[in-house]
Ligand binder design. Structure first.
Ligand code: SAH
Length: 221
């Protein structure tokens, strides 16, 4: 006799433990970030063929030819933002919605925007199924930010820009932080942390990363 559901539960617990271990070993060490990543089931944001790989530390394909980022990169970018519980955060590049869901655990309000309407619709459905009521998802070209919702305490861009987009810099509050991958789409890019000072900006290079490009205008679907 086998005990099916119990075996499955144990296997999931084991996978989760390995997932958290992998995150820690790659430098995601902040307790609040790890707790958020433990709570949000990445499997809810990965559909189809790759669903059973959702606890592996690798990027995976999602609809519209896009990718859900590698969990350790999600963790490191989130950690670099130093989010406070009262912060309002803008994410450019909703994709699957996973990164937004992690952010939603750490701050007061998340605005997330993607140029593919389908991705926004599907992510919004997952947010509502999970009861993540502090996330608002918009279909728009995020390189212009969301002027009506800003300015923001924190901004995260999850697609690679050639330079940090001007409108996003303008929508960052003084004392605010933005993380953005910068570089050509098919080359290795650098993850940049931009801090807005009383006067001007401070730029710090964090690590190399690889993201899909930030593309102008709306997608076809
Ligand atoms: N953060 C996502 C992964 C993002 S993949 C997750 O957690 O799953 C990058 C996303 O950026 C893609 O969905 C792509 O459609 C989006 N994107 C690219 N250019 C954009 C733009 N100008 N405005 C808004 N979204 C954009």
């Amino acid at each position: 006799m086998t005990d099916g559901p119990r075996d499955e539960e144990e296997a999931l617990a084991e996978r989760k433990m390995r997932f958290l271990f992998a995150l820690r070993s790659k430098g995601v060490t902040e307790a609040r970030v790890l707790t958020a990543m433990e709570r949000v089931d990445r499997g809810r944001f990965v559909r189809g063929l790759f669903a059973d790989r959702s606890y592996e530390d690798m990027p995976l394909p999602i609809a519209c030819g896009q990718t859900i980022s590698q969990p350790s990169v999600v963790g490191l970018m989130t950690q670099a933002l130093r989010i406070g519980p009262r912060d309002t955060v803008l994410e450019v590049g909703t994709g699957s919605g996973y990164q937004a869901a992690i952010l939603s655990q750490l701050c007061r309000r998340v605005y997330t925007v993607d140029r593919h309407r389908r991705l926004v619709r599907e992510a919004a459905a997952v947010f509502s199924a999970l009861g993540l009521s502090n996330i608002t998802a918009f279909a728009a070209d995020g390189s212009f930010g969301l002027p009506d919702q800003g300015p923001f305490d924190r901004i995260i861009v999850t697609a690679a820009a050639e330079d940090p987009p001007g409108p996003l810099l303008a929508q960052l509050k003084i004392g605010g932080i933005m993380v953005v991958p910068v570089g050509q789409s098919d080359a290795v890019q650098r993850l940049i942390k931009v801090s807005r000072l009383e006067k001007g900006f401070d730029y710090e290079e964090l690590r190399s990363v690889r993201f899909v490009p930030l593309v102008e205008g709306m997608g076809d679907d």
